[in-house]
Design a protein around this ligand. Structure first.
Ligand code: NI
Ligand code: MN
Length: 226
């Protein structure tokens, strides 16, 4: 599969079979996004929570392509009432989709919509695609259960926030990588706005100091995962 970083917490996955999955597609209002919402396509859109910088352009994209939106139940109900094609899940539950399996995990954060409507619990997601496991933590603070997530699942790629203020900063993110013990850590949720300014290369150095691998992706960079 291919994994493309669209900046902030937005990623695009393209499977061997050509299925396209977007995670937290915040593009048009995102100063770092290399693409606009009318330049992407999605069969599936996975949302970690309802904040504007994660829900992003999900509705525009889903409306254009009838993409199925995968989220926790309450956010799914809101979107369903707005006419979207949804698949509702909840934390701890997993489901097989045509592209692979999705399992929702806890995240310590909030999840009201920008209209201040409660949209359920914020989440992280484990993606089991083509024999690889990707853990997108969503927006979260550090939590000890990450150890359990890493024990149960041999994580290949961990995508985690380092921008501080709303999520973990670099110190806690390094600890999170120790807890989860992924093959490769990829930083996200930084430098989109001044309030979340962080140096991903400082994070990379810190990860390498603990003997782990970190890959800083440029905005728009795509890597192959085999
Ligand atoms: Ni958030
Ligand atoms: Mn966020």
């Amino acid at each position: 599969m291919k994994l493309k970083y669209l900046s902030h917490s937005a990623f695009q996955i393209t499977t061997e079979e050509g299925l396209r999955i977007l995670i937290d597609p915040f593009l048009d209002g995102n100063p770092n996004s290399p693409v606009k919402s009318d330049e992407v396509f999605a069969d599936f859109i996975i949302l970690t929570h309802a904040h504007g910088d994660h829900l992003g352009d999900a509705k525009k994209i889903a409306r254009a392509y009838n993409s199925q939106i995968i989220s926790v139940n309450e956010l799914g109900i809101i979107l369903e009432h707005q006419g979207f094609n949804t698949h509702k899940m909840h934390i701890g539950g997993s489901h097989e989709f045509p592209f692979g399996k999705v399992k929702f995990t806890i995240a310590h954060h909030g999840s009201f919509t920008d209209e201040m409507q409660y949209a359920g619990e914020p989440a992280g997601v484990l993606l089991f695609i083509e024999d690889k496991i990707i853990y997108h933590t969503g927006d979260t603070g550090l939590f000890l259960d990450m150890k359990l997530i890493g024990e149960i699942n041999k994580i290949n790629y961990m995508l985690l926030p380092i921008g501080d203020n709303f999520t973990m900063g670099i110190d806690d993110a390094v600890r999170a990588v120790e807890f989860v013990n992924p093959e490769v850590a990829i930083p996200m949720h930084y430098n989109t706005f001044p309030i979340i300014a962080a140096d991903p290369y400082e994070f990379q150095n810190r990860i390498e100091q603990i003997g782990k691998k970190c890959r800083v992706l440029d905005f728009g960079e795509e890597i192959s995962i085999n």
